[in-house]
Design a protein around this ligand. Structure first.
Ligand code: NAP
Length: 466
């Protein structure tokens, strides 16, 4: 048998997850000089693009334009897309091992972290991930219901996801209606009674994880005032030193200007609060009705930043009927793929899968993106991350370090497997048909795109057309 990677025997790579990091891994493999390669990209949904479709906010269309790059990758004749195929359900890791020389896990972080406070499981308390998936029309969240009949909502955490959630809650729904926001979400937002949104940071403005552009966008919402308390953005010495970071300085300057402006006169308010931690969600009739906060003291953490600790002084925000925790995503274990439970991601050494956290390398298996690093960085960060992992894959190939088991590398191996399991895989051409329909349906509704929000709807649409 000739070595994988040659004209007679191309290297067969399976990429599991058609989000940004999966496409960047495929792109890097295709670009490897002198390598003869075939890449099959799997996704559990019929639609590709991962968080570029289901995570990026509907009013951030420019960011979504990155999908044109993924389309180019998918249109390479060496690439196939198998949508609607779930690892752990429709195919197993063993199935992939038997058909591919190398496997790249690119399935991101599909869950979220908890706050771990009393009342967190009351009705009205959600993860930001749920809300994001819901307004972006992700099929997993199609049947979620968010009761927007209260006047106040709180978003815990001050990262970019938190800002997205605040913006969607505070923005005029007619502005959002023109985007690709899910139809069911815009309908619910039109009926929303939410007038006050609290953005709650446990540390100070210099430690905020959001980007300057994001906080500025909150200040630009026409119907809402961004309200900042002067006393909550006073800086300790460590935070003052932190202003040498240009992003932190821009954030701080913007917030200081907002604090200077005062509360304003607009009907909707976004209260950006700092140095406060939720300690309890208070319920009435099983539903959140208020949130109790503790003011924090910031002290040096010995690593150049500050840590927050409770001051013993409290404040209760009454009338808060909705709470979104936005304190970071977390991976979920996938059958057959080693998981590092402590870190909340796939067990790996710089992208090479390990049998357990810190354990021996599992040959021929790799990981990219959030499943590798945890939930950090912007979309572009994943490109460098995937390129680095593919570099290791090629290094292992060259060093003869691939797994020793037999691989059926025939082009028909995977379609045959899926047919034998009665799995209806969606090709990229079929996705493009759905894409075209979404855009056409959007046009009729006066928006950029009307997404299919159920897998069954996507399959039905294809069934009647193909
Ligand atoms: P993130 O950037 O890690 O922010 C998490 C926030 O939660 C931090 O402010 C953190 O505060 C806070 N937090 C953590 N545990 C907490 C607790 N127990 N109580 C209170 N606060 C707590 O996470 P993310 O917002 O989910 O974003 C994930 C990644 O996606 C980021 O890299 C982000 O930039 C990216 N993203 C980008 C965009 C965009 O570019 N438009 C949009 C969405 C997401 P501490 O710092 O004190 O830990």
């Amino acid at each position: 048998m000739s070595t994988p990677g040659t004209a007679e025997r191309p290297l067969c790579i399976a990429v599991v997850g058609a989000g940004p990091s999966g496409f960047y891994a495929a792109e890097a493999a295709l670009k490897a000089p002198g390598l003869n390669v075939r890449v099959d990209i799997f996704d559990r949904l019929p639609s590709p693009y991962g968080l570029a479709r289901g995570g990026v906010a509907p009013d951030h269309q420019k960011i979504k334009a990155v999908t044109a790059v993924y389309d180019r990758v998918a249109s390479d004749p060496r690439v196939r897309f198998f949508g609607n195929v779930k690892l752990g359900k429709d195919v197993t890791v063993e199935d992939l091992r038997a058909r591919y020389d190398q496997i790249v896990y690119a399935f991101g972080c599909e869950s979220d972290r908890k706050m771990g406070i009393p009342g967190e499981d009351l009705k009205g308390s959600y993860s930001a991930t749920d809300f994001v998936g819901w307004y972006n029309g992700h099929p997993d969240y199609r049947d979620f219901q968010f009761d927007l009949s209260c006047e106040a909502a709180a978003v815990v955490g001050i990262g970019n996801v938190a800002i997205d959630v605040v913006r969607i809650l505070a923005q005029d729904p007619e502005v959002l209606a023109k985007t690709d926001i899910a139809g069911h979400a815009v309908e619910a937002l039109r009926k929303s009674k939410v007038k006050r949104v609290y953005l709650l940071g446990r540390r100070g403005p210099v430690q905020a994880a959001f980007s300057p552009k994001e906080i500025e966008e909150l200040g630009e919402i026409e119907r809402a005032d961004l309200v900042v308390r002067q006393e909550e953005i006073k800086l300790d010495d460590v935070s003052k030193a932190g202003l040498s970071n240009s992003e932190a300085k821009k954030n701080y300057d913007y917030l200081a200007e907002a604090a200077h402006k005062g509360a304003g006169t607009k009907g909707h308010k976004i209260f950006s609060r700092f140095c406060v931690s939720p300690v309890e969600l208070i319920g009435k009739d099983g539903k959140v009705s208020a949130i109790k906060l503790e003011f924090n003291n910031l002290t040096p953490d010995g690593k150049g930043s500050v840590k927050a600790s409770g001051s013993g002084k409290f404040e209760t925000l009454e009338g808060v009927g909705l709470v979104f925790r936005s304190v970071g995503y977390r991976g979920i274990p996938v059958a057959g793929v080693p998981f590092d439970d402590k870190a909340g991601r796939v067990a790996n050494d710089n992208g090479r899968i390990t049998a357990s956290a810190g354990g021996p390398v599992v040959p021929s298996e790799y990981v990219v993106g959030w499943a590798k690093r945890g939930p950090s960085g912007l979309i572009g960060t994943n490109r460098a991350c995937s390129i680095a992992t593919v570099g290791l894959m090629l290094e292992d190939l060259k060093a003869g370090k691939l797994a020793k088991h037999a691989v059926d590398a025939s082009i028909e191996a995977t379609p045959r497997l899926l047919a034998s399991k009665n799995v209806k895989a969606i090709t990229f051409a079929q996705w493009k048909t759905l894409d075209k329909l979404e855009v056409e349906n959007g046009k009729k509704a006066g928006k950029i795109r009307e997404k299919f929000t159920r897998v069954s709807e996507m399959l039905d649409a294809l069934g009647t057309l193909v």
